[in-house]
Design a protein around this ligand. Structure first.
Ligand code: KG4
Ligand code: ZN
Length: 369
């Protein structure tokens, strides 16, 4: 068969030309920014051919939080089996890959370095491009991946263990940080309150579970900046309010196991409602301030059932709310498909690519209209 003429070249859902009859190109995505070792194969039509996540939750549970050195060592043990499994599940050989992406920022330095070393080594051996991915941008790209259509421009909210950031996303690789938390991240607050209530780690799912039988109006916890224009969050005071409720002010030693079950449920539900009230209010403010009608939500806290209910209400009210399925909210490598955006723009990393712990972007104050 003859080669198709240029005007016969079909557009993929990505808006990128691919020749009829040839298999879409494949990208290997590597993610190791915190306590999940993950790899995925995503083709250029943004189909997720495999997504493997090796969670370290059980390893960190007894410490009540992620221990960086334990995380790095676990990544070293898991990275090769995870890469193997991602390739096998996607029926992809190393020679089928056209590029490798790796999350380099933000995250735990030791953890990031394990993924970077694996990705760099493979890319060097295969002589294919290496692409750097920002973990936060990847969380929002999960919305693009899930929607299978253009979702930008949009307001983006990333609520994870380390971040609570609001963005004006002009396009997939052009995000402006509108505001973030001035203290604890939303997921961090869930984790700390879970510890206060003796619910274990990771805190988000545990608090959600306890809250399911609780009264969200039993306690009136603070909702920081709710009535203020600023697009910022603060969850530290809320966490402390829960602690004072449990342990008194100033806090006295207590045994979390002795707190009556219904009281734990009510405290969890009231805390969760306060977090969700603030998240929803700030999303609405950002939508109003930017004039945008689309909201993309990502990060582990976007898995929260009560938050998702409230997002459904926003959707019913006419906002185009995009929130990925749970597997794309918590850390995974498939969301690093944002690397295709760099690939198509020819933005490749050099062999001197390094990792950065802190988020590189700075917030810019935006006044609501
Ligand atoms: O995005 P993620 O998996 O990792 C980071 O990049 O931090 O987010 C993890 C955070 C943890 O703080 C966890 O407690 C929280 O997301 N989380 C939840 C839920 N599932 C995970 N928070 C509230 N409700 C949930 N169902
Ligand atoms: Zn994350």
């Amino acid at each position: 068969m003859s080669e198709p003429m240029p005007d016969e070249v079909p557009q993929t859902s990505f808006g990128f030309s691919s020749r009829a009859g040839t298999r879409p190109r494949r990208l290997l995505c590597v993610e190791s920014s915190c306590d999940e070792t993950a790899a995925a194969i995503v083709d250029e039509d943004l189909r997720v051919l495999s997504s493997v996540v090796a969670s370290q939750t059980a390893l960190h549970a007894r410490f009540g939080g992620v221990v960086p050195e334990v995380a790095s060592r676990a990544h070293v043990e898991r990275i090769l089996p995870v890469l193997d499994e991602a390739l096998r599940e996607a029926e992809t050989r190393l020679e089928d890959l056209c590029a490798i992406s790796v999350v380099t920022n933000p995250g735990l330095v030791g953890s990031l370095l394990v993924g970077l070393t694996a990705a760099k080594t493979l890319a060097m051996i295969l002589q294919i491009p290496l692409i750097a991915v920002n973990h936060i941008e990847a969380h929002l790209y999960a919305c693009r991946l899930h929607a299978r259509r253009d979702v930008f421009p949009a307001v983006g909210l990333v609520v994870s263990g380390g971040h609570s950031n609001l963005y004006h996303c002009r396009e997939a690789v052009d995000f402006e940080l509108l505001g973030s938390t001035i203290d604890d991240a939303a997921g961090e607050a869930f984790d700390k309150v879970a510890a206060i209530l003796g619910l274990g780690f990771p805190g988000g799912p545990a608090v959600q579970q306890a809250a399911s039988t609780g009264n969200p109006r039993a306690y009136r916890f603070p909702r920081s900046f709710l009535k203020e224009d600023r697009l910022e969050f603060s969850f530290s005071g809320l966490k402390t309010a829960v602690l004072y409720e449990v342990a008194g002010k100033p806090p006295a030693p207590y045994d979390a196991a002795q707190i009556p079950r219904q009281r734990v449920a009510d405290l969890a539900a009231s805390f969760q409602e306060a977090v969700v009230d603030v998240l929803v209010a700030k999303c609405r403010q950002a939508l109003e301030a930017s004039g945008l009608k689309t909201l993309c939500v990502g990060g582990g806290v976007a898995a929260n059932a009560r938050f998702r209910e409230r997002l459904d209400e926003m959707r019913a009210g006419g906002i185009d709310v995009i929130v990925p399925p749970l597997s794309l909210c918590t850390d995974n490598a498939a969301m690093s498909a944002v690397a295709w955006e760099s690939f198509h723009r020819g933005r490749f990393a050099g062999w001197d690519l390094d990792v950065t712990a802190g988020l590189v972007r700075k917030p810019r104050a935006v006044k609501p209209r």
